[in-house]
Design a protein around this ligand. Sequence first.
Ligand code: FAD
Length: 399
Amino acid sequence: MIETEVLIIGGGIAGASTAYHMGQAGRHVTLLERGEIASEASGVNAGAIGALGWGNVPNLESHLTMGSLEIFKSLQIELGYDIEFRRSGCLQAIQTEAELAYMQKRVTALRSQGYTVDLLSTSEAQTLEPGISPALLGCLYMPLRAQADPKKATRALASAAEQSGARMLLNYEVTGIQPYSDATYQVETSRGPCRAATLVIAAGAWCSGIGAMLGLHIPIVPVRGQMWASAALPPRVFHTLSAAESSLQWQTARGNDTQTPPYLTHLGEQRVTRHLYGRQTHAGEIIFGGDRQLAGYHTIPDSAGIEVNHRHAAEVLPFLRELPVQRTWAGLMPFPLDGAPLLGKISQHPSLYIVSGLASSGFGRGPMAGKLLADYIHTGHRPHVLAEADPARCVTALE
Ligand SMILES: Cc1cc2nc3c(=O)[nH]c(=O)nc-3n(C[C@H](O)[C@H](O)[C@H](O)COP(=O)(O)OP(=O)(O)OC[C@H]3O[C@@H](n4cnc5c(N)ncnc54)[C@H](O)[C@@H]3O)c2cc1C
């Protein structure tokens, strides 16, 4: 029987960061991962790190993004892990008059709240990113945004956690959980039982299955994200790139209901918008993705969606028209039904916590999500910004 103080289920970026920060606080931590570290969403994402600044009144989003930026930076610069971190900035392409009008209002609002964003004319944007199309109507510029290799960054956090004393048990699949009356948990795994006083659910798109083992309904659903890559090229794309079309669509229609999370590109089989994000990796591949579709636990990319995304990317970077897709892949993102993350204590059982629901931006927000949760567990005091991510709002007993 493995015994530990804090048991974390899931070795993605959320679990690895929680383990690292708990280890740093001197706690006895064990992490169970059914595959390898970063074998799911945390290893296959685009590696884009979102950040607009702290703002005049820092909220949860600014803590998650700016705090994570600091953690990525410290992994690369202070701890010496090569995670290919770079504060590249991000350009968001504006393609229609309606998008331009929306972005003008959005930039004014964001700047008045103290965030670092700018609206650039296309020619100004071309001086930063020479390959963008002259047909754009301008770009939203977010200079604090960054990028890193997702697998390397998640593995660096796990390795830093081990350096801090955390134990990483790989190829351990959790198959059942028994809460005992002495406020401990016995967790059954494919390789034997573990016992712990504190349990942390960091199982990404699989959180609802772990919740069911405890008689709980955790409203997080898997959303398929898919990407494609070109062959490796010499350096040609310098920022992370995105497009304004989906922002405008989701501003007017979030598209959610009781079974469907907000901010999807498809409702059923029907496309409602095109979404775009991408960058050039350190190895030279141009990678882009964007679709977000409910497809159960299937991770086979939809080739029609890849084609739409490739064409959209070529509208922003015309040289991509002649550049064929070399490979495609997909992963599952943990989308909460109400759109807000679940970070904190689950009150139905003693010492039970969750760090998940980070949806489509969990790579860029996961490091700080893990730190905030570790601070909460270690001190017993909830960081005030976690109030808006309280799982009590939506986690219920299973009927
Ligand atoms: C194609 C794609 C592109 C994306 N692009 C970006 C981006 O550019 N920027 C960004 O910020 N975010 C991006 N995301 C989202 C981001 O990847 C996720 O939000 C984030 O990785 C979620 O991390 P996690 O640790 O919560 O989940 P995961 O990385 O999925 O980790 C959960 C872990 O739990 C393990 N697990 C599950 N069940 C069990 C069990 N029973 N026993 C043991 N272990 C278990 C899994 O094996 C898995 O490793 C993208 C996602 C995808 C799919």
